[in-house]
Design a protein around this ligand. Sequence first.
Ligand code: ZN
Length: 640
Amino acid sequence: MPPSMLSNAHEKARDTILAYMPRDAEVTRIEFEGPTLAIYVRNADIILDQSFIVTDIVNALHKRVVIRSDPSIRMDEANAERVIKNLIPQEAGVTGLLFDRNLGEVAVEARKPGLAIGREGVILQEILRRTRWRPRVVRAPLIPSKIISTTRHVLHSEGDERGRILRDVGERIFRPTLKGSDYVNLTLLGGAKEVGRSALLVETKESMVLIDCGVNPSSNDPSQAYPRLDDPKFDVERLDAVVISHPHIDHCAMTPFLYKYGYDGPVYCSEPTAYLMTLLQLDYLDVASREGVYPPYDQRDVKNAVLHTMPLKYGVVTDIAPDIKLTLHNAGHILGSSIVHLHIGEGFHNIVYTGDFKFGETMLLEPASTVFPRVETLIMESTYGGAEDVMPERGEVEGRFTSMVKDTVEDGGKVLIPVPAVGRAQEIMLVLDRYIREGVIPEVPIFIEGMISEATAIHTAYPEYLAREVRNQILKRDVNPFESEYFTIVSHPSEREEIVQGGPSIILATSGMLEGGPVIDYFRYLAPEERNSIIFVSYQIEGTLGSRVKNGLKEVSLTGQGGRMEIIRVNARVHMVEGFSGHSDRRQLLRFVRKMTPKPQRVLVIHGERRKCEDLAEAIRSGLKIEASAPELAETIRLR
Ligand code: ZN
């Protein structure tokens, strides 16, 4: 084995591995692949029957271990492809194979993963035995998705660069610890007493992790729009990992910027987040360029971020720094949204960062998890943390919403629903589909613009992250509720004209806060007419056009074609329906803290307007008798 493959600190790991490996295994390389140790061997029998060896090594080293085939014993790709396609039954609906030469893995994309895997994995075993490529089955989306195919291509086929990144990340995670853990510093680089630009710096003597790295979409002034990456406590050279709770731009849009400025480390997030994040970052660049705003990074930086992405499943404990372990839990906010749990030091301190979360029933997702192995400090959002932020019960919300839609279409009007592409769009799709099916809302076409369709496709590729009922429809009954006959996908802007001239309809378009996107075009045509309705279903950040229209603005100036200013009269009915929010209301926020197991010793309230952060912290102190405060921007909180 070339000595350069392993630093001195890893000689112990190598010796342990070699001690457990059978003599005839013919080990050719031992490498880190991110948080996993990979052992490459030339003896094919070892690859096939490795479980007892792996168990022994895992027990000895406390690291994840995988045994892979040396390139010299793998079948050539063309033949391997033939063998794989013969072994997997036609009904599995294989849509593509991606060979990763670096890892010796083949990603099999199939419409029915269960059939491709076979009973107890028998087909996968046979593929490995015959080709010596390790197969991994991923679900094909039920709706075609460009973002899934390009992202999967980058993750699975750009072997050399991805391989280098995985090795570097692994070397860094398992570097020897020198100083031990006796404190944790938390610094808010954004999202303190504000909604937007979420970024929390977690620093120990050993390591540095950034949780979320978003923008504030209501501002174009860099000192307000971006997180304070110029803070002296932040050091991109020292940064071990970035963790993204969910892909809304106020939590993830600045991640590619870090790569532009020299970051070469990993981004950890849930599987769906990896795809949705790319979709929303590219859209962020698109919106910026259409508005003539100079974006802080470009598409190359987005691709670089994808190459560094480490998708994780909920509940899997992963080493991300010598003294930090990460676990993601369901946050119930949007598909794949995560509550971030950090275990620091050997039991020194445990942090739970909620990101945006919903502790309540929705059609799309299960409520946020409340059970953690340990927690001392809870950092929670407070978007609806004010005493007045009590949302009506879900049934009442649906009733109000459906009657608004019904009244408008029966009057011959159109309903415009500005929605964020991810989350609210799919929830509203499920609600509309159900109530039209039940005859509550008259049968009218529902138009959906391109990006919502992309985001919806990603939902169909990860049904295991959805609420039980939708998940069962897709997995067990083979019904895709997102492909209902009432939905029409608008694939080109030229189709908008016909829609706004046509009969009663419902239009779902981005962006959710009227800050750019196709919704602006619909707004221009639909707002002046009294019989139409504009229904907001998601949070409107102060200062956005959406928030001003919601608050009764009657005249809106928009830049029209050729850069001319246009004045748009808002005569349509404007409604806000709060209860569909992907956020918890005041009662749900407090109930979440009360239900949390174990009970946190301290709560930091963030991600809310100033008064709401302070108000919720006060309610937690007085009502739940837990130490709670609302930190300021750039303030550092030292945890024992
Ligand atoms: Zn969010």
